[in-house]
Design a protein around this ligand. Sequence first.
Ligand code: EPU
Length: 462
Amino acid sequence: MDTFVIEGGARLSGRLQVDGSKNAALPLMAASLLADEELVLRNIPDLSDVRSMKALLGQLGVDQVEAQDGSWKTQVGDPTLCHAQYDVVSTMRASICVLGPLVARRHYARVSMPGGCAFGHRPIDLHLRGLEALGARIRLENGDIIAEADRLKGGTIFMGGPFGSTVTGTANIMSAAVLAEGTTVIESAACEPEIVDLANLLKAMGANIEGAGSPRLVIEGVDSLSGADHSVMPDRIVAGTWAVAAAATNGEIVLDRFPWDSLLAMVDVLKQVGVRVERLDDGPECAREATVRITSERHLRPAVITTQPHPGFPTDLQAQFMTLLCLAEGNSVITEKIYPERFMHVAELARMGGLFTRQGPTVVVQGVKSLIGAPVMASDLRASACLVIAGLAAQGTTTINRVYHLDRGYVRMEERLAQLGASIRRVSNTPASSAAKTNDSAPEIEILTPPTSSAKLVKSDR
Ligand code: EPU
């Protein structure tokens, strides 16, 4: 397993383009199951989760060609393959995104049940209830979900759960309803920009969808969908991570393809804490993409952050902001409303000198003068990102183990940061011949032994 070694203290400066969004790309790729014609997706990020989705779609009979320009072309070769097997599903929870398209198009799906999660229980009950409301018959067999239907029938579905709407659940049901007979209303749909991106692709394939980006989706089913050519939206969490890294290092960076309209809640917090965020383009106020300069003089003010479904502050940036608020002058309060247990990074940041008091889903962050480099362990994708930012801002050397978590969601993160002037290098702890394989096949569910007990913990992310 690879490790990052970071010498803290360098001020980030330079220019980066934000890569395509992982969480948009995965359900978009699953939509390739819905049509017989060629689908072209552009701006797909080169990430291990994307490679896992390619492997899964290969198992499901989707032929794939990667073109010179980085675009990804697919066409269904064998529509009889309907089993999403445990070996791939266990590496990535988002594999569940194939369930809706499979049952809608092939009338049968067998998808291994996704497993546990590093930051709490992540059920899929809303996905299954939604498909049942469309007429699918669902049962569990040998750890696999089996969903069957003749043609799905439109229905009214409430997708709100105790922690808000479900993002991949909305993607799944929307992708199934586009081929159902009649009208489907998804009430309390997720409003995340990745859902809008998926709706845009499905519409380009011939689907009738109204209301994408609002809590009510109205879908008029069609008999079949055609191919399409679509560019994946830029990754709002990657953009946010770069912005926080610049802020924490007293830096000044310019980000191209910054998904401005999707990040207003984050931009608002950055401004509150004293980070300068300037638009350098002359696009409209609500531009989907912008060129943005982030500048910080690191006299940071504390903030109160509560994670919420979009357009609220995203849970996927909570950990990164916790690092930033460690460096603020005063006490900040962070409340996690989407995943109340998503605080694996707190103990690691404490090893670097962070001061925290946690009560349930709320953490009080006491600002410190500086963080101090230390060996730390990454536990999930965003927790790892927060440790990288901490390492960049800290005095001394930080080593971060289990870097494969980062390879799931950030394209060659160390190269991007080095390009901005960071002192960061990847050290491979596996023989060169097997290193790539290790990164690609690292399980999302990993077994860790806690230091205080011989019992085993089951961990995964996303
Ligand atoms: N929930 C239910 N029942 C369900 C589904 C979800 O109760 O059937 C609950 C969850 O337990 C959670 C809340 O609803 O408390 C939201 O979960 P959601 O289903 O929206 O999460 P997801 O779709 O599995 C996506 C992203 C996550 C991101 C969340 C929230 C992908 C592939 N993953 O997960 O991204 O945190 O939405 O915005 O799109 C990441 O990128 O690091 C990541 C974890």
